[in-house]
Design a protein around this ligand. Structure first.
Ligand code: PLP
Length: 292
């Protein structure tokens, strides 16, 4: 049920189809966003819409894909999809992909198509996970950043390692994976940035092998506004093991405590006070109760 914005038109969900020879299905070159709308006093409000759209355009530029629409059209498409589907708390998925106009890797005959889908999505994490934290497994898959920077592009092809890492973590009895970069430093989760708190200071990996996350950015701003020092630097696994607190950030995960990494209990083994404070601030910002 519902409608999807597909190349400029709202089409019924079941009619938003693509051909089996769609280029992106074969070679994985495409870019996308994960965006969230929250219920606020003023109705459903899309959190940091312009920033997500800007990242989508930057991802497309890095991937050398020509976007057939401008940013304002895609902002409006996202607002339209939330309205047309009568959504309150929603997850939005804008995506740009190459069509079935050709199969060559040169991609010179290909057109970029754009969709925006959205669905009702109150919460990704259970209230218990938000409070007690999750168990995480360091992945045997690395977050590579060799040719295309992982930091600025949210590209379809980058998610193969994320999926393998998450499946591996679940097989190992955990809820999430922590991926390292090729040098062995902490990069990020399968779809989240990571922070640790040590002696009252927040640390998060610098932008060399993790996505430039919009939640990461929001949390850095909120933490600094509260007077915390936030340091972006390379982090080792050991530093996570001995941290007082650790948490993930992401549009889906929001601010999610990590209670254990590779069988080592982190801090008190549940959400710590800094994580709790940032979680509360984050929720009040997304729900429009204070400014980010
Ligand atoms: N890292 C990866 C690999 C992601 O896919 C995401 C989700 O978009 C994030 C981090 C968190 O980014 P954001 O806070 O912009 O959702």
């Amino acid at each position: 049920d519902g409608v999807i914005w597909f190349d400029g038109e709202l089409v019924p969900w079941r009619d938003a189809r693509i051909h089996v020879l769609t280029h992106t299905l074969h070679y994985g070159m495409g870019v996308f966003e994960g965006v969230r709308a929250y219920q606020t006093d003023a109705g459903a409000s899309i959190f940091r819409l312009q920033d997500h759209t800007r990242r989508l355009f930057r991802s497309a530029k890095i991937m050398n894909m020509t976007m057939p629409y401008d940013a304002e059209t895609l902002n409006e498409a996202q607002r339209m999809v939330v309205r047309a589907n009568n959504l309150n708390e929603a997850y939005l998925r804008p995506m740009a992909f190459y069509g079935a106009e050709g199969m060559g890797l040169r991609a010179d005959s290909l057109q970029t198509h754009v969709i925006v889908a959205a669905w009702e999505w109150p919460s990704y994490m259970t209230p218990e996970a938000r409070e007690l934290g999750i168990k995480v497994n360091t992945s045997s898959y690395t977050r590579h950043h060799v040719n295309i920077s992982m930091c600025k592009a949210k590209a379809n092809g980058n998610y193969i390692n994320s999926m393998l890492a998450l499946q591996e973590a679940i097989r190992n009895g955990c809820e999430e994976a922590l991926l390292l970069d090729p040098e062995g430093y902490v990069a990020e989760g399968s779809g989240e940035n990571v922070f640790i708190v040590s002696d009252g200071i927040l640390y998060t990996p610098e932008l060399t092998s993790c996505l430039d996350g919009i939640t990461r950015n929001t949390v850095i701003e909120l933490a600094r506004e509260c007077g915390y020092q936030v340091v972006e630097k390379r982090i080792t696994r050991d530093e996570v093991y001995i941290a007082d607190e650790a948490f993930f950030t992401g549009t889906a995960a929001e601010v999610l405590p990590i209670r254990m990494l590779d069988g080592r209990t982190i801090g008190a083994g549940r959400r710590g006070p800094v994580t709790k404070r940032l979680q509360e601030l984050y929720f009040s910002v997304v729900q429009g109760r204070s400014a980010a």
